[in-house]
Design a protein around this ligand. Sequence first.
Ligand SMILES: [Zn+2]
Length: 519
Amino acid sequence: MTDRNRLIIFDTTLRDGEQSPGASMNLPEKLEIARALQELGVDVIEAGFPIASPGDFEAVQAVARQVEGVTICGLARCNADDIDRAWEALRDAAQPRIHVFLATSAIHREFKLKMAKEEIVRRAVQGVQRAKQYCEDVEFSPEDAARTELDFLAEVVEKAIEAGATTVNIPDTVGYAVPEQYAAAIRHLKQNVRGIDNVVISVHCHNDLGLAVANSLTALKEGARQVECTINGIGERAGNCALEEVVMAVKTRGDYFGIQSTINTKRLCPSSRLVAHVTGLLVQRNKAIVGQNAFAHEAGIHQDGMLKERRTYEIMQPEDVGLTKTELVLGKHSGRHALREKVRELGYHLDDAQLQRVFEQFKALADRKKQIYDADIEALAETQIHDGPAIWTLESFHTSAGTGTLPMAAVCLAHVDGRKVEDAACGDGPVDAVFKTVERITGISPELRDYQVRSVSVGEDAQGEARVEVEHEGRVQRGQAVSTDVIEASALAFLQAINRLAMRRQQRMNPQTEAVTVS
Ligand SMILES: [Zn+2]
């Protein structure tokens, strides 16, 4: 592969993706995703916006220190504090990149920044220069580039290159561009910016009009060689360009694009599932590449064709994107080694203690459930990465419910300090009664925004997965748990959300700087 036909995949699931409403992730979750991205073979991981919050800083630093073989990028506005902070987080990375951005469109200049064009150019240059003092790999983004006057855009980009930017990113921040016009903008830069052939042109498209992937692909035809994207296309508002779609489009239509990425496409489906589970943003069934129906053929005529020759109706093979059938994987007598291998294959990176807990849960599950599928193991592995230190744990519960009776629950919780607290409450049903009792014991009464139960695999004895989303004091928290008993799964999921709220409350008692909002 020559540099010219190599597509650089810049993943921003941990930065832009995390800005999806309700998708905030904790540190172990971010690390797990970063490792999955590394295995997937992305070139750059944008791990966060270090100055935005202490949590963001910590995440970028942890990814920079622990994830190898990939460029780790941190975002910064064009000011000294942001850039210094970004470097502090990135300095231990083997391949660090600082990504500085500054808005350039008329509407942003006038209303958001209140800066004239000259001031924008000056700040952009200073930002790139400061970043360059720290590291060789500097990316510059003129925010809202797609709505910026082409001549001014060319001027800013040229100055940023002169100042040392090695990648220039042309974001369609608000998802306003349409393919031909966006391609024309890239062409304009190619023709009018001095030095542009010595740097990588990058694209960052939002999906407000459903055009993020289309816009990114047309830009590739004009010479862009880096695509900024996220797993499952998650991100601010309607999201970003979907990594799996861009990668498979370029691969499947190699005849047209003539470029290649180094993505191990067999890791696409496992990565997609991981991100969906961690963020709680489930993938729609008909989603291209990674949706449940993406390779399902329903019409008889299609099925007939498929049986005769797959290629009659299939342009990609499910195995190519890592889609496996619901297979029976392990049984009651499977050992620790088999489980370890399976967990690895599913894309989870658990330490020995976590594996041991999964093994114990697996054995308990095998007693209750005849057949154990990939999805069951996945669900168990996942609880390990969600689990932070818990303030409250479930000791036991009992519910009674039925037609014509008052639903009641009795719950016993253990506090981390060793005490056990019991209480009971009535509710609209057994689940509601459990939630109310947990609220009484913990003294935290969030508003329940969403509650879902689904089976993780197939069969009457399938495990139920419960997900809750709660809101408390303006913060949204999620909880997720599995059990063959859906009331138990619900109780555990709710308790996980409560624990996260309780942790926040504790953290606030030792106050640190509050979060800055990101564009
Ligand atoms: Zn964005």
